[in-house]
Design a protein around this ligand. Structure first.
Ligand SMILES: *Cc1c(COP(=O)(O)O)cnc(C)c1O
Length: 381
């Protein structure tokens, strides 16, 4: 067997590592921000019926324009969006790849605000786009001033705004998004993978699309919609942007089975999203309890919580894994990230993490240490 180094691989891919969130079969998997509630059985039956019908015509290529699916996605999004403003692909990762294929590429750059979603850098390298990271404000917030200064400095072709941000959970204000859209000369993507978990009343960047043809809002069915295994992500943007993405997608990229399954899930969107309030409640519970234990949870508008104040994140990660609980090491000093699961999963996590609480590490008489918990010294890119 040859090693990767022996192959005539592209120079810019040499030494790179692939996306690698551990996939382990454990009782409590809280590491990749899935909706951990199973799909309701009646919805599953409807999806099966639709997929079964689609199987009968698998001898033919699927609708290349996935028109029925785009119609359903437009209806789901609302905001007066029409079919010609909708795009979809096999996960929003593929949507983002299409965007970088069309608007990035060799000689072009894409800017993100670290720490942010690890796939952005990988998608940049896969498409030969230069990946630039700029910093955030205290507590991973991103103010209009900080964001605009980075755009002035780097003049990127594409800007990726993750709202709420993964892995920090930080919500992003529309003020920052509009300031970025005004300052950037290129494409501005708002990745709203977790927007359904934002506090009620939080406006979506969809409200900003009108009159901003270079603003793109991507969404996914992988998180709130409990459909990660089906691989469906989508986008709303100007019809001309959608035309640009048609230039780079592979023909028939969404299989007939994927389209049928997604249509089935969207026909039951209320049921599919029924657990979102409950998950948000568990997120708040995690933040509250972690703070009480002396950890430092960061503000989250997503279905996960990043928390600092962990002495040895790797040791804690391993100790929880020994108890069948998988959370996420994200390379931020003193920090770990946990997905808000079911009530029982959350309880299992909280009971396990309590053994590593800063408040029990400190002297028994110490007052809750939340305000003195450590903040990460630096943020990796
Ligand atoms: C999970 C996630 C996605 C979704 O990826 P899919 O390919 O749709 O499963 C997109 N963006 C961010 C920031 C995520 O965390």
């Amino acid at each position: 067997m040859t090693s990767l180094d022996d192959l005539p691989i592209r120079d810019d891919l040499r030494g790179r590592t692939p996306y690698g969130a551990p996939q382990k079969t454990v009782p409590v998997a809280l590491n990749v921000n899935e909706n951990t509630h199973p799909i309701p059985e009646d919805v599953a039956h409807d999806i099966v019926a639709r997929v079964a019908a689609a199987i009968l015509s698998l001898n033919r290529y699927p609708d290349r324009e996935f028109t029925a699916l785009r119609r359903a996605l437009a209806d789901y999004l609302g905001h007066g969006l029409d079919v010609d403003r909708i795009w979809a692909a096999n996960g929003s990762n593929e949507v983002l790849q299409h965007i970088l294929q069309a608007f990035g590429g060799p000689g072009r750059s894409v800017l993100g605000f670290a720490p942010t979603y690890s796939m952005y850098g990988l998608l940049a390298s896969g498409t030969g786009t230069r990946w630039i990271t700029a910093g955030r404000d205290d507590d991973f917030e991103l103010s209009p001033g900080t964001a605009v200064a980075a755009i002035r400095e780097h003049d990127p072709d594409v800007v990726l705004l993750c709202a709420p941000n993964n892995p920090t959970g930080t919500p992003l204000s529309l003020d920052t998004i509009t300031a970025v859209a005004d300052a950037a000369r290129g494409i501005v993507v708002v990745d709203e993978a977790y927007i359904e978990f934002a506090d009620p009343g939080t406006p979506s960047a969809l409200t900003l699309l009108e009159g901003r043809p270079r603003l793109l809002v991507s969404r996914t069915m992988s998180k709130a919609f409990a459909f990660a295994g089906a691989r469906v992500g989508y986008l709303a943007a100007d019809p001309a942007v959608v035309d640009a993405l048609r230039l780079v997608r592979l023909p028939y990229h969404l299989s007939a089975l994927t389209q049928a399954a997604a249509l089935g899930a969207l026909a039951h969107s209320d049921e599919m999203l029924a657990m979102v309030d409950e998950i948000r409640g568990q997120r708040e519970r995690i933040a509250r309890e972690l703070e009480h234990l002396g950890f430092r949870p960061y503000r989250s508008g997503a279905n996960f919580v990043l928390f600092g104040g962990v002495d040895d994140p790797h040791a804690v990660f391993e100790a929880l894994l020994d108890r069948g609980i998988l959370i996420r090491e994200i390379g931020l000093p003193g920090c770990l990230r946990v997905t808000a699961g079911t009530e029982a999963e959350t309880t299992a996590f909280l009971e396990a993490i309590a053994n590593f609480a800063p408040s029990t590490r400190a002297s028994a008489a110490a007052t809750p240490a939340a305000s003195t918990a450590t903040t990460p010294a630096s943020t990796p890119e």
